[in-house]
Design a protein around this ligand. Structure first.
Ligand code: ASP
Length: 337
């Protein structure tokens, strides 16, 4: 894996060095590819790849990938098994966008298992972009989504444990075996699936889905369902998504920023790095103790990722690399806590 990772990283750097500025140019067919945040991105990519590799659209692929993550029984930060807010209520946020600027989102959605598909229904069946809370749930039920209690016993147990201190203190990387930056005993209190794809027709799409920051205030909405913050896609340029403490992405319109930097000719890697540096410049002290991560894919199929702190991993899947998991570079190279 290490050798392959090195090989992939150097291939990506080479590809980045040859990148041409994309603004306004004709769509380029680079071959299908899907990229996702975090280690669970490997599974999400697998579900998306089934769609892409049989000629499906980027939009169908990223929805399939996001649904996979939302159903993952090991994931305490996305979908079904997510940790709740400080009142013990599990609320889900999701967004979806295609490269033609069509988008939909839901925030603070309760008891509906696949928020990404509700977001897609908002995009395709309403004149709106975002529905929240009870209205989002009402819409989902009217569209045929089943209402079902989602909070798992494990999540309820973790919340009861958290209540003993009731301290809202996001850890830099949620606990997962072998993940740098995590300490034993850290609990999953953030991480989002951001997934971006390009299909064989050169069309881009992306989705972002999360249960948000664990132990958040009831009613808090993060970046993931906010178009331009947690997700942005433009067929003329590329796509970007984010994970980490969402307030920083919202403050910086961060995914939009990454795409606009690529429009100006930056490679996906440089664009992600510059967006991270913007976060640091705005809040240098705060940025020492919180995680922010960006992932970008341009219309040529080049990928970039950058994080504030070490420990962000991202998954790539295309015909050459079926299950690659790569370490992102970061501003702080030693794990901070
Ligand atoms: N960005 C998500 C939020 O702020 C959480 C995460 O990705 O870790 O809700």
């Amino acid at each position: 894996m290490t050798t392959r990772r090195r090989f992939l990283q150097s291939s990506l750097l080479t590809a980045g060095a040859l990148a041409l500025p994309g603004a306004g140019a004709a769509p380029v067919k680079s071959g299908a590819k899907v990229v996702s945040t975090w280690d669970f991105g490997v599974g999400a990519n697998g579900a998306a790849w089934k769609v892409l590799s049989t000629g499906g659209s980027a939009l169908d692929a990223i929805e399939a990938g996001a649904r996979w993550a939302e159903s993952d029984l090991c994931n305490a930060t996305v979908g079904h098994c997510g940790y709740p807010d400080r009142d013990g209520v599990l609320t889900l946020d999701a967004s979806i966008m295609d490269g033609d600027g069509r988008c939909g989102a839901v925030a603070a959605l309760e008891d509906i298992a696949h928020p990404v598909s509700v977001a897609r229904a908002v995009m395709e069946k309403t004149p709106h972009v975002m529905l929240v809370g009870q209205g989002a749930q009402q819409f989902a039920i009217a569209q045929g989504f089943e209402k079902t209690p989602l909070l798992t016993d494990d999540a309820r147990k973790a919340w009861r444990e958290w209540l003993k201190t009731s301290e809202y203190k996001p850890v830099i990387n949620a606990e997962r075996a072998g993940r740098p930056g995590s300490k034993p005993g850290d609990k999953h209190n953030h991480d989002t699936l951001g997934i971006l794809a390009i299909d064989n027709n050169g069309k881009l799409a992306g989705a972002c889905t999360t249960s948000g920051m664990a132990w958040k205030l009831h009613g808090r909405v993060g970046d993931s369902p906010i178009v331009g913050a947690g997700l942005y896609v433009d067929n003329e340029v590329g796509a970007a998504t984010a994970s980490g403490v969402g307030e920083e992405m919202i403050r910086n319109a961060a995914s939009f920023l990454v795409v606009e930097l690529m429009r100006q000719g930056r490679s996906p890697m440089d664009a992600c790095r510059e967006a991270i540096e913007r976060v640091v410049r705005k809040r240098p002290e705060a940025s020492k103790s919180l995680q922010v991560c960006f992932l970008a894919l341009n219309k040529h199929g080049e990928v970039g990722a950058f994080a504030l702190h070490r420990g962000f991993v991202y998954a790539i899947c295309d015909t050459a690399k079926q299950d690659a998991l790569l370490d992102a570079k970061s501003v702080y190279t030693t794990a901070q806590t």
